[in-house]
Design a protein around this ligand. Structure first.
Ligand code: 5AD
Ligand code: SF4
Length: 453
């Protein structure tokens, strides 16, 4: 037995359905290192898979829980105690109230959530000791006199994720969402600008879930990302603000409107949808529909018609049928992306999707990925070509590959190259575009543009 192995004891009451469910729970927990054991005595996790069909079922569960509580105490509190099945469904709140030793209660429809719930319990127990403390320490330790590499810099504002998409390891590996406070972010932004940074890209695994504390003088409450951006936009010398990566569930109106009223916020948004089928979005636990996503994008484009939208996609998620994949293709047609990343679904042990039935065969994933990428490449090329003839403000970031040429970024984050002198590095200049490929647009210098007021 290796160090990662944990012991699982499931006591099953009642019908065949419960026996079957207990087997499913074992399957779901196996990737987390749980092996079944014959007795509760030395188990790391005890689950009572209960049955409601006979009278007094609830009382039996409570008396069993009383005994398990003693075992839990003997383990120094390490043993996790869960109640599942029909009693859990019917009496969930009562169980939690009457027996505080119980760590988790979940009904028969929620077994796939066991890994997530166990992760949450561990995190809640360790909150101040490990996860949050570590994150805070890490943020605190970020030096204000950071080395800067060119006029564009990343600034970390948020860490971790509580979304538990069923394919993703981040909530298990990176822990709970945590936002840096406003003061620390502003101080770091000012320090970066002082060193010549003109563009800041606010970073976070779930950046638009940002909810950092504001300074007492500013009211001391917690700020949204929209409010933080508007505040950062007041910094003289900072000309461009971006943020990544966002989740559709956290795209509130205030943030959407910031694209219309905050000139320094660039007209570019990376908003992963992963899939275009509502059935797959549900199985992924994304918490929104394709229609909601389209609504967000439509609203953004109403406010800022030139918005460049990018996304991430996963093809071949377990259970993805041909028609589900076609929904993804239709969604891509509907949105018309400026760029996107796309991946074949890859099983990550310990995540709920890893144990879902109907994993999609590799060759089907390959075929779908090729079709999706062909469409995305076409859209990306078209987006780049649509800039030809336009004059865009470009932030000069450094030398380009070709001799005599400099590289830069358009407001839409496109890579551009054009002839100009090296000392324009760090300036925003007007470039008239005259060529485009899949990965870049080329142009020639029009005139120098002074920083946005
Ligand atoms: N398989 C394939 N792609 C994944 N991603 C995250 N987890 C998986 C997985 N198990 C992709 C998602 C996410 C991006 C950062 O990585 O598309 O948005
Ligand atoms: Fe969180 Fe993104 Fe992973 Fe979903 S895909 S769990 S939102 S990090």
């Amino acid at each position: 037995m290796n160090a990662a192995t944990k012991r699982l004891f499931i006591k099953t009451y009642g019908c065949q359905m419960n026996v079957y469910d207990s087997e499913r729970m074992k399957d779901v927990l196996a990737p987390l290192g749980y092996v079944t054991t014959e007795t509760a005595d030395d188990a790391d996790l005890v689950l009572l898979n209960t049955c409601h069909i006979r009278e007094k079922a609830t009382e039996k569960v409570f008396s069993e829980l009383g005994q398990l509580k003693r075992l839990k105490q003997k383990s120094g509190g390490k043993m996790l105690l869960g109640v599942t099945g029909c009693v859990a469904q019917a009496e969930g709140e009562e169980i939690m109230r009457r027996q505080p030793a119980v760590d988790l209660v979940l009904g028969p429809q929620a077994y796939h959530k066991l890994p997530e719930m166990i992760a949450r319990v561990h995190r809640a127990a360790n909150e101040r000791l490990e996860t949050d403390f570590d994150v805070e320490e890490k943020f605190d330790a970020l030096p204000l006199d950071r080395q800067v590499d060119g006029p564009s810099a990343f600034l970390s504002v948020q860490e971790g994720c509580d979304k538990f998409c069923t394919f993703c390891v981040v909530p298990y590996t990176r822990g709970a969402e945590f936002s840096r406070n406003v003061d620390a972010i502003v101080a770091e932004a000012r320090a970066l600008v002082h060193k010549g940074v003109r563009e800041i890209n606010l970073l976070g695994q779930n950046v638009n879930a940002y909810h950092g504390d504001a300074p007492v003088l500013e009211g001391g409450d917690s700020w949204t990302l929209g409010k933080l951006i508007r505040h950062l936009a007041k910094i003289d010398g900072l000309d461009r603000i971006r943020f990544t990566t966002s989740h559709p569930r956290d795209m509130d109106d205030d943030l959407i409107e910031a694209f219309g009223d905050t000139e320094k916020l660039m007209p570019y948004l990376h908003l992963p949808i992963q899939a275009g089928s509502d059935a797959i979005l549900k199985a992924m636990n994304r918490g929104h529909t394709a229609e909601r996503y389209v609504e967000i994008i439509d609203r953004l484009r109403e406010i800022r018609p030139d918005m460049a939208i990018t996304s991430d996609f996963i093809v071949g998620f377990p259970g993805e049928r041909d028609e589900d994949f076609e929904d993804t293709m239709k969604l891509v047609e509907r949105i018309d992306y400026a760029a996107a990343y796309s991946f074949k679904y890859s099983r990550r042990p310990g995540t709920p999707a890893a144990d879902m039935f109907s994993q999609v065969p590799e060759e089907v994933k390959d075929e779908r990925l090729q079709r999706l990428q062909a469409l995305l490449r076409e859209q990306q090329t078209r987006f780049n070509q649509s800039q030809i003839g336009k004059t865009l403000p470009v932030l000069v970031t450094g030398k380009a590959r070709n001799e005599g040429q400099m590289a830069g970024r358009t407001p839409y984050l496109q890579a551009t190259h054009f002839e100009c002198s090296e000392d324009l590095t760090g300036q925003i200049v007007n470039v008239t575009m005259d060529a485009a490929t899949l990965n870049s647009v080329g142009g020639h210098l029009a005139s120098k543009v002074e920083p946005v007021a």
